[in-house]
Write a protein that binds this ligand. Sequence first.
Ligand code: PGA
Length: 249
Amino acid sequence: MKKNYIAANWKMNLTRAEGVNLAKDIVTAIKNGKNKYMIAPSFPLIQDVGAVLKGTNILLGAQNMSAEEKGAHTGEVSPLQLLDLGVQVVILGHSERRNIYGESDELINKKVKLALSHKLEVILCVGELLEEREAGNAVTVCENQIKKGLAGISANELKNITIAYEPVWAIGTGKTATPEDADAIHSSIREVLKSIYNETAAAEMVIQYGGSMKSENAKELLAKPNIDGGLIGGASLKAETFAPIALVE
Ligand code: PGA
């Protein structure tokens, strides 16, 4: 049995003081948790939240990263700057980056490679839009995003990658994929990994579910054989809503 990997994506929320308080509350609430944990605050909070997480069982994450190391890239944040802040994990290809800010699979792939070259762990997000699901294309969309996102990545590098399946229609909407639906897509993602890499790599890949995961549905989702964790948005903004998910074994 793999440990669950429960990650908090705070998105564009909280001031530094609020983030520090929330991080402290979460540290206390899950200090005896047996799973793998990560918190990704927005960039301005990383240093202060990082100081709270140091020496705890929670990794420090970032929600995005530039595809370049340095130079004339106004508004971008370099992997070198993230490393300098103690960041260990970076979320890439989140659907909000893909769909609101137009990030392409090619750009995301470039970021994945750059992050890995700097020994940052990656959470690569994939997931279909509502119209893609309704047209029966959910599996194909995820397959394409995986193939393009992982282009040029070796089987050996996969151990530093987690995949988050986040159906876009379930993010922040209160609608969750049923455990059966989510598990079916996770299983198809493993088939894709098997076809690109091998059976062991596919079986070992940690695949998180994201999209309105909350204490009420986490246990059922995480009990599914192909669901190895969660990427949590809304419910990660309070220790009392995040901890019950984080503590599911
Ligand atoms: P949500 O967000 O839990 O608020 O649906 C998940 C995510 O986008 O990572």
